[in-house]
Design a protein around this ligand. Structure first.
Ligand SMILES: Cc1cc2nc3c(=O)[nH]c(=O)nc-3n(C[C@H](O)[C@H](O)[C@H](O)COP(=O)(O)OP(=O)(O)OC[C@H]3O[C@@H](n4cnc5c(N)ncnc54)[C@H](O)[C@@H]3O)c2cc1C
Length: 515
């Protein structure tokens, strides 16, 4: 029998628990992707509990999500005080005083079917003048110049070789998506959930009850309740994998400050004795924070470091958030799917959480149960397979930043340099060191160019390259490298200042500063 494209069964009742970034991305994404008549979406959020209120830097993938919703970019950026992000500048991560950018875009060009780094490594080993690795990234050059313009659609242009993401006010983004989703039929309920009822027979969640006494029944529950993990963790009891042996930071202190002249088109992450500080420039303010390991740094010390590191006047009292790195064993159990902080947490070093939300929403939409039937365990297993891949690959990339450091004599940094690595990461580093080969995933984070940026940025230089690179005449390669460097530098220097571009494209105007 052919599966029918539609069904006469009653719509599947999907209850989203939580209205932070995860909840509203879920609501908007599912409202856009699923047929209205088959799914009834309800979102419950509690004003009393509120949201985590951080999460302001993104990855380029968010543009696909926004485009899928059909958001107007300039309108969305103005509404969220957004700015453009071309990558992350890492200060002091490789060694005190060191600096490199993880740019969004490619390094160099593929020649003769070979990845660019092999040509560069081979020419560099010859002793010829080939410049430094970052000189081959257009996005890195744009960061150095503090400029921005839209990528050129012509793939032959050097200006087509970068991508971009956004910095935005996370509270305003959730509010923006809320407006979008509720206009498209998502039912919003404000109230605090005080009880979760499960069937004694099947173990599935049947309903949640609010403080007001209201009871909301559902067929599928999406847990977007934040660190509480109200359904998946607390009720379904799905175990937590603790990754603090590799990612020991367990606190963050956040404080917004007044803007200063010139909005940088990148996030900055500065290594500190007990962790690292972030700087995220928005149109109306700068978001700052210190992610630190409480075993190596007290809260008083963190506060002193953070307030000493910010550019402008603090706009609020610093507030502390506590967490542990890790993820749930599974993201989907029974009829509960966790999305966002309820499913796991990786520190915001590479701004990955919102991407992980997006990936979960897209995977869930593809694997969504049909109305009127039982949940197919094969769909659940596939979601969990993808969930683990996304989290585990992201973890390896973050751990790389810590382990490859030359900050000798600082207890946290000595500890992470000497810790035993996940096997999957140890293999990647060894392979790169010995052959110049970088991971090249077809799914999820991070791209080969991102790995190259951080591997070399952290000072890991391969001892060899692909032998096929030796076939090309060396002088020809050196000439092409020089030409590439020149095209990158001159084209980047000709672009408008980021602040000027923002002022013309998506001026946000004055709003009350939301901390
Ligand atoms: C310090 C820090 C910095 C970060 N920086 C970044 C970044 O730069 N980039 C990035 O991508 N990510 C970042 N993140 C992660 C990002 O903030 C989160 O992934 C994102 O905000 C999603 O959060 P959430 O929606 O899962 O949870 P929350 O924002 O905590 O929302 C939880 C929701 O559940 C509701 N809720 C909870 N319990 C109940 C209940 N009993 N009844 C009713 N409602 C309930 C709450 O009211 C709220 O609406 C950062 C996180 C931290 C901690």
């Amino acid at each position: 029998m052919q599966p029918s494209s539609s069904t006469s069964a009653a719509p599947l009742r999907v209850v989203i628990v939580g209205g932070g970034t995860a909840g509203w991305m879920c609501a908007a994404g599912l409202a856009r992707l699923l047929p209205d008549k088959d799914y009834a979406l309800t979102l419950i959020e509690s004003d009393e509990i509120g949201t985590v209120g951080v999460g302001e830097a993104t990855l380029p993938h968010i543009r696909e999500f926004n485009a899928m919703l059909g958001l107007d970019e300039a309108e969305f950026m103005a509404a969220t005080q957004g700015s453009f992000k071309l990558g992350i500048e890492f200060v002091g991560w490789d060694k005190p005083g060191g600096r490199y950018v993880h740019p969004f875009g490619t390094f160099g060009e593929r020649w003769g079917g070979l990845d660019f780094q092999h040509h560069w490594l081979r020419a560099r080993a010859s002793g010829k003048p080939v410049g430094e690795w970052p000189e081959y990234s257009f996005a890195a050059a744009m960061c150095r110049e503090g400029v921005f313009d839209m990528p050129d659609p012509d793939p032959r242009s050097i200006r087509s070789t970068f991508s971009y993401a956004y910095h935005f006010d996370a509270g305003l983004y959730a509010r923006y998506l809320r407006g979008w989703a509720t206009q498209r039929g998502v039912r919003r309920i404000e109230g605090k959930i005080v009880e979760v009822s499960r069937s004694t027979e099947t173990g599935l969640v049947e309903s949640v009850s609010l403080e007001s006494g209201a009871r909301i029944e559902g067929d599928l529950f999406i847990d977007c309740s934040g660190f509480r993990s109200l359904l998946l963790g607390q009720n379904m009891g799905v175990a937590w994998q603790d990754w603090s042996e590799w990612l020991p930071c367990d606190r963050a202190m956040a404080v917004p400050c007044a803007s200063v002249a010139g909005i940088t088109p990148f996030t900055r992450s500065t290594a500190q004795t007990g962790g690292w500080t972030w700087r995220i420039p928005l149109q109306h303010r700068i978001g700052n924070g210190y992610v630190f390991a409480s075993a190596f740094c007290s809260e008083d010390r963190a506060r002193e470091t953070l307030l000493g590191a910010i550019d402008g006047t603090p706009l609020a009292e610093p507030r502390v958030l506590r967490f542990q790195a890790g993820r749930r064993e599974r993201g989907w159990e029974g009829n509960v799917v966790a999305v966002g902080l309820s499913s796991g947490f990786l520190e915001p070093l590479e701004s990955t959480s919102i991407f992980l939300i997006q990936a979960a929403v897209i995977d869930l939409a593809k694997l969504m149960p049909r109305p009127g039937g039982a949940i197919d365990p094969r769909l659940t297993a596939e979601f969990n397979r993808l969930f683990a891949i996304h989290y585990d690959r992201t973890r390896d990339f973050l751990v790389l930043h810590y382990t490859a450091n030359a900050r000798h004599g600082e207890p946290l940094w000595d500890h992470v340099r000497n810790m035993a690595l996940p096997d999957s990461l140890a293999h990647k580093i060894d392979l790169f060191r010995s052959s110049g080969r970088a991971p090249d995933y077809k799914l999820g984070l991070f791209s080969r160019d991102s790995w190259l940026a951080v591997l070399m940025g952290q000072g890991i230089m391969p001892q060899a390259w692909d032998r096929q690179a030796d076939r090309a005449p060396l002088d020809q390669v050196v000439g092409r490298l020089a030409d590439l460097r020149e095209r990158i530098a001159s084209n980047a220097a000709a672009l408008p200042a980021h602040a000027d571009f923002l002022a013309g494209y998506c001026p946000a105007g004055d709003v009350a500063v939301v901390a």
